[in-house]
Design a binder for this molecule. Structure first.
Ligand SMILES: [Zn+2]
Length: 143
């Protein structure tokens, strides 16, 4: 894909990749197991270009990320949560960036990196499922 490198020749066209992001808190998605919240994903949105930024929070673990360190996401990716059906507790879920179609790398709890197939922003791999953050803002998702 060609790198966009526009400058300020058209102020009405907001190119998210040249935006100096000004993220403001947008909402939260709670991650529940048996109706108990075990973690959450904080969602921030840039007031200028509307790009979303997400931060994974495991219950009881102090977050160390700050807004300046917002993780990068490509324009053609969406934030999602990957659920490992065989795992329990905090090992059962992780924040991921889902392409429309392709492969994501996932580090299992045994430290092995595995390829996980994605179709239409959904994980299609035995033993896993996923959901999109955008669909569950300010809701709880039972995993
Ligand atoms: Zn922005």
């Amino acid at each position: 894909m060609q790198e966009l490198n526009r400058h300020h020749n058209n102020a009405n066209v907001m190119d998210s990749e040249s935006c100096t992001h000004q993220p403001v808190y947008f909402g939260v998605v709670n991650i529940n197991i048996n109706e108990r919240t075990i973690g959450s994903v904080d969602v921030w949105r840039c007031g200028a270009c509307k790009k979303r930024f997400c931060e994974e929070k495991q219950l009881g673990i102090e977050a160390i990320a700050d807004i300046v360190g917002m993780p990068h996401i490509e324009p053609d990716e969406k934030w999602g949560v990957l659920i490992s059906k065989l795992q329990k507790g905090k090992d059962r879920w992780s924040l991921v960036r889902l392409p429309e179609n392709g492969i994501i790398k996932h580090e299992r709890i045994d430290d092995e990196i595995v390829d996980i197939s994605v179709e239409n922003y959904q994980v299609v791999e035995e033993g896993y499922w996923s959901f999109l953050i955008d669909d569950h803002i300010n809701k709880a998702v039972e995993i």
